[in-house]
Design a protein around this ligand. Sequence first.
Ligand code: ADP
Ligand code: ADP
Length: 226
Amino acid sequence: MIELNAIHRAYRSDEVETTALADIDLSVQAGEFVAIMGPSGCGKSTLLNILGTIDRPTSGTYLFEGEDIAKAPEAQLAKLRRDRLGFVFQSFNLIDELTIAENVALALAYRSMPAREKRERVDAAMDRVGIAHRRNHHPHQLSGGQQQRAAIARAIVGEPKLILADEPTGNLDTENGAQVMDILTRLNADGATIVMVTHSPAHADIARRTVHMLDGRILSAVRRAA
Ligand code: ADP
Ligand code: ADP
């Protein structure tokens, strides 16, 4: 599904150049669940941002479903993000002025489908993460775990090809973190491809493969039996 080749990302400010990613090669097959680990500053977020087309590599190629998108026009990337990617963040990023159902529905705003189908999809996504009973609440009325489940519903409602999760359990206690991991595991078993940044070795163990990074490079990849 995804192939990164010789990806390099440098930031330049004044005279100082920082290499965030150096020569990254990474393939992700459809249906995989990949964890990315490494110390702060090693390039995990930069890598996830490039996968999510929020950031662009300085050089290298990025094939998404066979198409080289490293230099694709922004409008094409915006459409790709909307139609084929789902994002989950550490800080949930829900809109507090909207209800949970409205937050989830927002991800379908630019999809052309009948209103009834949108409603059904929103209901189904909320059901899958056990948040339907909070559909008319606003984010601040929910626990952190509930908010992250709602954010996952928003990420999956468009049936994305790839889910990108940046420390999805980073702001959650052990029990809520475990619930979120159970949901991600279930989504993966149902066919979703997931790339997740995590600081939790236990949560990385749940993924099928862990990619260890250091200083902008991939150190090693650990694969686990299915
Ligand atoms: P991680 O997510 O593993 O903590 P990041 O991808 O955020 O690492 O950062 C990788 C490196 O790139 C770090 O040295 C960081 O300081 C640098 N970096 C990240 N974003 C920027 C930026 N916008 N401008 C300059 N340097 C940046
Ligand atoms: P919290 O995460 O704040 O503890 P939950 O939403 O997990 O809150 O739980 C609130 C109540 O809703 C609990 O009684 C729980 O058993 C119930 N509940 C949670 N998920 C579902 C679901 N998918 N269907 C029905 N009831 C649920």
